[in-house]
Design a protein around this ligand. Structure first.
Ligand code: KG4
Ligand code: ZN
Length: 359
């Protein structure tokens, strides 16, 4: 099969990103990856403001894409297709990137691939090393926390997901109660380096349940209460370390259960972690150890491709394009778009609402 070169566009949250990826015989090569972060625009509000995000994307998406092409040393004629995140995410922003990609597809006669942002995260580890399907995936980001059996392109079965907050959301909210800036994950990780995880006891969620679901709201409340009572830098660092350890422990316990289940049906044992929280070094280490105990190979994306980027969208688009899975020019932007749609529809606990968006 001839190599496929795809321009990817990502605008589902607060990064305007464009990248060019070449997929050749199962190996992905990132020819360029540009990420323009809006963090400074949202920082005064302590979180992402959807209207500001959408407007920000409109202002620069064309220049970011132009830069991705020039960094790759290519013009539009060097592309085989254009891919854009079509959801899930903040729909105003998603519409900007998707409309831009549609315009490119129409003007240049290129096939369009509307990509599920979560599928982008799912393939992101392949941007650092070649890996074959199937694999067990822990997807941990600001909006999502789930364990999935990934059988092939677009074929996923969910083994568990959060019943309240996502892991990244827990990091962000607890960081806020510790007086750290947004996004909280990296700031909390930094503070935790100076702390002792054993000093504060924090609740363990869903003890006694045997499924692979997650819950972080109890931890969030307990940490917020403690944050109000403590004083001094050492206390704050110790609390940060305890929070990070508690999140890492929950992720590793549920992943361990999922690996045990997954191993019953799969001889090829690969455990992949992806999403912004996969940038956390303690979490990567703990998960790698959990994988080794179960005899699973472990793969995490290069740090730059853990958080939102367009290289993962371009790669997911290229994998779809290789199978002829292209999208019509009227493909819709979707605020919600679960990877395992059948399971999401069938499982009544996954209603619209708090759990829905994260499932
Ligand atoms: O994947 P991502 O960029 O966006 C979503 O699709 O949600 O993930 C962003 C999330 C934020 O909640 C951020 O705090 C968290 O990932 N995050 C981290 C770290 N870096 C980013 N959490 C813990 N430790 C980190 N080093
Ligand atoms: Zn993401």
């Amino acid at each position: 099969m001839k190599p496929l070169t795809v321009l990817g566009i990502e605008t589902s949250c607060d990064e305007t990103a464009a990248a060019v990826v070449r997929l050749d015989g199962g190996r992905a090569e990132v020819l360029s990856s540009v990420v323009a972060s809006q963090v400074a625009d949202h920082a005064p509000f302590g979180g992402v403001v959807p209207e500001i995000a959408a407007r920000g994307h409109v202002q620069i998406v064309d220049r970011v894409a132009e830069r991705a092409l020039s960094d790759a040393g290519l013009g539009f004629e060097g592309l085989d297709g254009v891919a854009a995140t079509a959801g899930p995410g903040l729909v105003g922003g998603v519409m900007v990137g998707l409309s831009f990609a549609k315009a490119v597809a129409l003007a240049r006669g290129l096939p369009l691939v509307a990509v599920n942002h979560l599928e982008g995260h799912a393939v992101s580890a392949k941007l650092g090393a070649a890996a074959d399907y199937p694999f067990l995936l822990l997807l941990v980001s600001g909006g999502h926390c789930q364990l999935l059996s990934v059988e092939g392109v677009g074929r996923c079965t969910r083994l568990g997901s959060t019943i309240d907050d996502a892991a990244g959301e827990a990091f962000d909210k607890i960081a806020k109660s510790l007086g750290l800036g947004y996004p909280g994950g990296p700031a909390l990780e930094k503070l935790a380096e100076q702390g002792q995880p054993g000093r504060f006891e924090l609740p363990r969620a869903l003890l006694g349940r045997k499924d692979c679901d997650f819950s972080f709201s109890g931890l969030k409340t307990a940490a917020a209460r403690l944050a109000e009572t403590i004083t001094g830098d050492q206390d704050r660092a110790d609390l940060a370390a305890a929070v990070q350890a508690a999140i890492a422990r929950q992720l590793s316990e549920r992943s361990d259960r999922a690996m045990a289940e997954y191993a019953k049906h799969h001889a090829h044992r690969l455990f992949v972690v992806a999403g912004g929280v996969a940038a956390n070094r303690t979490i990567r280490r703990v998960l790698e150890e959990a994988a080794a105990r179960r005899g699973f190979a472990f793969l995490a994306p290069p740090l730059a491709y853990c958080t939102d980027n367009a290289a993962m969208i371009a790669l997911a688009g290229a994998e779809r394009l290789a199978l002829g899975l292209t999208s019509p020019l009227d493909a819709a932007a979707r605020p919600r778009w679960p990877l395992d749609e059948a399971r999401a529809l069938a499982d009544p606990t996954h209603k619209p609402g708090r759990k829905g968006a994260k499932a």
